[in-house]
Design a protein around this ligand. Structure first.
Ligand code: IPM
Ligand code: MN
Length: 379
């Protein structure tokens, strides 16, 4: 029987629906070529739905999403909605509801793409940031007394649990064991002594089970220097939610721009669907123009195929997106020379004959490592 995956699709706001549609062309082409089927169900979530209903995400929708094998998300965010409402009420809510405790953010410079940092080359830039995705400062607890006055006092609570930290750290070690066998903890243990010690304890404890994986540590501020100047130092970086948010934008710049940075909100145990989204936002200024680059959405969809265990399809979609990127005169905007939809077609057309080895050894690729760690829980 043909393997069939049920994909929930949340196009979202701004350029989100366009880049997601383009990425789905690549997914369908890969499914056809590699002999599986993908059925999609669209979900009307994001700013328009919120403005219409006053609700960012309700329980019934959450449960309908839960019934899927994976979720593709375009982008969420709109100037008409107060900042935080959709970010917390939709994205963070889904990350928590579906225990997507691991955010996978590859930082890889593909051949033919130029990094703004001159010392960065495809040979020295292939790392992956594993960001704890459900807690830290993102738990949102806190208070404000006397708001808006000269006596205002705000607290914002950061929560760090052994459970979620262990999930992220364990996944990072398993990934490192399948890659170049190096794990770097990125934190700020010199100032955040309580949370920092918990992270270090978990890394030491889990690390004892992975004697072949070398361990390293960098402070989050120092990371902002090492990542652009010496990316080759890193293989798998594991870090807390907010540090991961910040350093992954830096990573995106290092690998050529936010326009090609992919991410997976991953439930490593497979107890609920994982969610895949480009790191870039909804870019309302260019929404509807066709000037958005669908590469980050296509690369996120490749991560989706990898975590479903579809290694060859993931490798082909990644290589196809990379080969299209390599020939673009500009990575975004009208100077790209083709529209979002045209680029989606171009990526899809190549999936069947692209050679993944052209962009590097497929055996060492993140896609292969992820496919090897694909959760089997739900299927
Ligand atoms: C990201 C985004 C999100 C985050 C927002 C939109 C909630 O910046 O995925 O990096 O802060 O995690
Ligand atoms: Mn971010």
């Amino acid at each position: 029987m043909t393997r069939t995956y049920q994909l929930a699709v949340i196009g979202g706001d701004g350029i989100g629906p366009d880049v997601t549609r383009a990425a789905l062309d690549g997914v369908q082409a890969a499914a056809e070529h590699f002999g599986f089927a993908v059925e999609t169900t669209g979900f009307d979530l994001g700013a328009d739905a919120y403005l219409r209903t006053g609700v960012a995400l309700d329980e019934g929708t959450t449960e309908r999403l839960r019934a899927h094998d994976a979720i593709l998300l375009g982008a969420v965010g709109d100037p008409r909605v107060t900042p935080g409402v959709l970010e917390r009420g939709l994205i963070v809510a889904l990350r928590v509801a579906f225990r997507q405790s691991v955010n996978i953010r590859p930082v890889r410079l593909y051949p033919g793409v130029t990094s703004p940092v001159t010392a960065v080359t495809p040979d020295n830039c292939d790392l992956v940031i594993i960001r704890e995705n459900t807690e830290g400062l993102y738990t949102g607890g806190g208070s404000t007394t006397h708001p808006g006055t000269a006596n205002a006092v705000a607290t914002q609570t950061s929560i760090t649990t052994v459970q979620a930290t262990t999930e992220a750290v364990e996944f990072a070690f398993r990934l490192a064991a399948a890659r170049r066998k190096k794990l770097t903890l990125c934190h700020k243990t010199n100032i955040l002594t309580h949370a920092g010690q918990l992270w270090q304890d978990v890394v030491d404890e889990v690390g004892a089970r992975f004697p072949d994986v070398d361990r390293d540590y960098v402070h989050a501020d120092a990371m902002c220097q090492h990542l652009p100047l010496d990316p080759g130092r890193f293989d798998v970086v594991v870090t807390d939610n907010l540090f991961g948010d910040i350093i992954s934008d830096l990573g995106a710049t290092v690998q050529g721009g936010l326009g090609l940075a992919a991410s997976a909100n991953h439930n490593p145990a497979g107890t609920a669907p994982s969610m895949f989204e480009p790191v870039h936002g909804s870019a309302p200024d260019i929404a509807g123009t066709g000037w958005a680059n669908p590469a980050a959405a296509a690369l996120s969809a490749a991560l989706c195929l990898a975590t479903l265990g579809e290694r060859d399809a993931a490798l082909a979609l990644e290589a196809s997106a990379a080969s299209v990127l390599a020939e673009l005169p500009a990575l975004a905007g009208p100077r790209m020379g083709a529209t979002t939809a045209e680029l989606g077609r171009r990526i899809a057309d190549r999936v069947a004959d692209v050679d993944p080895a052209k962009i590097g050894d497929p055996g060492r690729s993140l896609m292969s490592a992820l496919a090897g760690l694909a959760p089997t829980g739900r299927r």
